[in-house]
Design a protein around this ligand. Structure first.
Ligand code: ADP
Ligand code: ADP
Length: 228
């Protein structure tokens, strides 16, 4: 599903964010990406959805060579990815329903498909009753559940998440993690950068630790491994 072969990322200012990373993430994996601040986790996530380009090496996501995509091909890559951010990034002037439906309108789904599918994913995150509300009327945890609904509405093969529980209290974080677990059980690959030690230690998923731009650990049922 995701394959990196000797991937490095050096920013224009000379900062080496990732050095010579080689790894495979097969379909259906649930991967936590951990490591100290500045280690390269966000860069890793950004390379996957082509927010940043690799400086060196080969990166394949869902059969596409991400480093060699034409700008016009980027939407086709992202169409198969669901992306969840720490700060939710919902559109404030659209309702919950419209926020989720928008991702399907962009790919020109039929009205009927949109109605069916949006209701389904709002049910899945337990917020169908908030369909007519605006994001500003929801709690942080609810907003993140909507962001997840939006990320999965087009049935992506991979959901990538950068610190999705970073702004949430522990109990709400667990609600969010249970949703990710369920999405993964249905076959979707999950790649999540996180600082949430208790979640990582409890869930016993694959853990890739990045330190100083390199892979320091890659464990099948891993632990967080840091004190913060
Ligand atoms: P993490 O997510 O683990 O905190 P990042 O991937 O954000 O790490 O950053 C890795 C390194 O790359 C850091 O040294 C950071 O300062 C640097 N970096 C990140 N983004 C940029 C950028 N756009 N330009 C220059 N340097 C960057
Ligand atoms: P921009 O790329 O213009 O800076 P933002 O970073 O604020 O936009 O991200 C929000 C945008 O992401 C919205 O336009 C939203 O519709 C869009 N989006 C579409 N599909 C997804 C998805 N699967 N996951 C996350 N955001 C998505």
């Amino acid at each position: 599903m995701i394959h990196l072969d000797g991937v490095s990322k050096i920013y224009d200012n000379g900062c080496v964010a990732l050095s010579d990373i080689t790894l495979d993430i097969p379909k259906g994996d649930f991967v936590f990406v951990v490591g100290p601040s500045g280690a390269g986790k966000s860069t890793f996530i950004k390379l996957i959805f082509r927010e940043e380009l690799p400086t060196k090496g080969k990166l394949i996501v869902n059969g596409r060579n991400v480093g060699e995509l034409e700008p016009s091909e980027i939407p086709y890559l992202r169409r198969n990815l669901g992306i969840v951010f720490q700060d939710y990034r919902l559109l404030p002037n659209k309702t919950v329903y419209e926020n989720v439906a928008f991702a399907m309108q962009v790919i020109e789904s039929s009205r009927r498909d949109i109605q069916k599918r949006v209701s389904h994913v709002l049910d899945l995150v337990g917020l169908r009753h908030k369909a007519k509300n605006f994001p500003g009327e929801l709690s942080g945890g609810e907003q993140q559940r909507i962001a997840i609904a939006r990320a999965i509405v087009n049935n992506p093969v991979v959901v990538i998440a950068d610190e999705p529980t970073g702004n949430l209290d522990p109990e709400t974080s667990w609600d969010i993690m249970r949703i990710f677990e369920r999405i993964n059980r249905d076959g979707t690959t999950i790649v999540m950068a996180t600082h949430d030690k208790s979640v990582v230690d409890a869930m016993k998923k694959r853990v890739i630790a990045i330190e100083k731009s390199r892979i320091a650990r890659d464990q099948v049922k891993g632990v967080y491994g840091y004190e913060d």
